[in-house]
Design a protein around this ligand. Structure first.
Ligand code: ADP
Length: 400
């Protein structure tokens, strides 16, 4: 029961094969800078490591390199039961993972305008993998799907309604696989059914978003039409005044593309600090007296706490706040500063537990019994593999 997971992004293609008897990762790796002359392949198993340069002529050629590598290491078409693909945008087409057929491919294509940097390359991964693994069940797991339960008053922007009806402009939300995974894990840690819990999940990696999860369903989230909205991120600004594009056009003569590029790639922690998007480096710099790095961290935590308070509103009550992603799982400083702003929600930090990333307290880093603050490592790949296996089994039992 081996499941291959493919995550085709613009700056890397990640892959992993899971043995689903015990949910263990058998082989995993990535190509960085795929489809360029500077491509770099790396992979590992429990006891071997592989790395080589791979100058591929195209993105598809880079995917072929991964397939050829897997063939050579006993994970060719004969030993893979199903393949799970991370796909960023499903618009309003799908609220859960689906087996890929012509309709699904058409829906992913239809959403390319909503995610021009992601959906076209996700599609390349799917088509290439269908060619290399013919007849094997392929499943799409969408970033947006988990958020399709968000009610209309929460997803509508206050702009003319025809822009929603004709152009699909609304809040969609992203990182859905991570929010869904850590919500399930939180229920397991708290030993309560997910449908009895009210949670806020904060995914803090290079991209950052937070979600209100009411009884297992997303009811609001910080990202919007695009993954630029909401929290301060590594290089992304998060929410800014919607008048900013016009203001910069008037004052600096910047066009839409220039402002959009600055907001996506030169803002966030990098823009505020002027030196780094990496929370580890910023923490070290702030400790060494760098005032800009210190301010970047303060703004990050303030804006995060403000968003978390806003997300508590649709819940009405709170069982747990979950920190995940590279920053959420590892940055004691960010969690301490953020929780320091959240007394209003009844959250108070346990400094010793926080210093240990919640390792010896079952993930708990708060003092009080309710609500609790938890640190839970995310594992989107495993959830993609689990969905792929579940849908493959369903297909076997209910063909057609
Ligand atoms: P991605 O969104 O690309 O998957 P990650 O989830 O790996 O990114 O998160 C990357 C972020 O996590 C970076 O800002 C990095 O500095 C931060 N991070 C990783 N480890 C630590 C740590 N020990 N302390 C503080 N921040 C960390």
């Amino acid at each position: 029961m081996n499941i291959l997971v493919l995550n085709c992004g613009s700056s890397s293609i990640k892959f992993a094969v899971y043995g689903m008897d015990d949910s263990s990762r058998l082989i995993w790796g990535q190509i960085e800078a795929p489809g360029t002359a500077r491509g770099r392949f790396s992979a590992q198993t429990a006891d071997e490591q592989f790395a080589f340069d791979v100058a591929s002529s195209s993105y598809s050629a880079a995917i072929q390199t991964i397939c050829a590598f897997l063939d050579k290491h006993r994970f060719g078409p004969g030993s893979i039961e199903a393949i799970g693909h991370r796909v960023v945008h499903a618009g309003e087409h799908y609220s859960e993972s689906v087996i890929i057929n012509d309709d699904v491919i058409a829906a992913i294509k239809a959403c390319c305008s909503l995610a021009p940097l992601h959906n076209p390359i996700n599609l390349k991964g799917i088509l290439q993998s269908m060619a290399h693994y013919p007849g094997i069940t392929q499943v799409a797991v969408f970033d947006t799907a988990f958020h399709q339960s968000i009610p209309k008053p929460a997803f509508m922007y206050a702009i003319p309604t025809w822009l929603y009806e004709q152009q699909g402009i609304r809040r969609y939300g992203f990182h859905g696989t991570s929010h869904r995974y850590v919500a399930q894990e939180a229920a397991a840690l708290l030993r309560k059914p997910l449908d009895q819990l009210d949670l806020i999940t904060a995914h803090l990696g290079n991209g950052c978003s937070a979600t209100a999860v009411k009884k297992g369903e997303s009811v609001d989230t910080s990202m919007g039409l695009t993954p630029l909205d909401g929290l301060v991120m590594g290089t992304r600004s998060g929410s800014v005044d919607p008048g900013l594009h016009a203001f910069l056009a008037d004052t600096l003569d910047w066009d839409v593309e220039k402002t959009t590029t600055i907001l996506n790639t030169e803002s966030g922690l990098l823009g505020l600090s002027g030196t780094s998007q990496d929370m580890r480096e910023l923490t070290r710099a702030a400790e060494a007296g760098d005032q800009d790095a210190a301010l970047a961290i303060e703004v990050f935590c303030y804006r995060l706490a403000r968003e978390l308070c806003a997300l508590a509103m649709p819940l009405g009550r709170l069982d747990a706040l979950v920190f995940t992603g590279g920053i959420g799982e590892n940055s004691r400083l960010v969690r301490a500063k953020t929780l320091g702003h959240l007394g209003l929600l009844g959250l108070h930090i346990n400094p010793q537990a926080n210093d240990q990333n919640g390792r010896s307290t079952g993930g708990r880093i708060s003092d009080q019994s309710e609500p609790v603050a938890l640190v839970i490592p995310t594992n989107e790949e495993l959830l993609i593999a689990t969905d792929a296996l579940r849908l493959k089994r369903q297909l076997e039992h209910f063909p057609g």
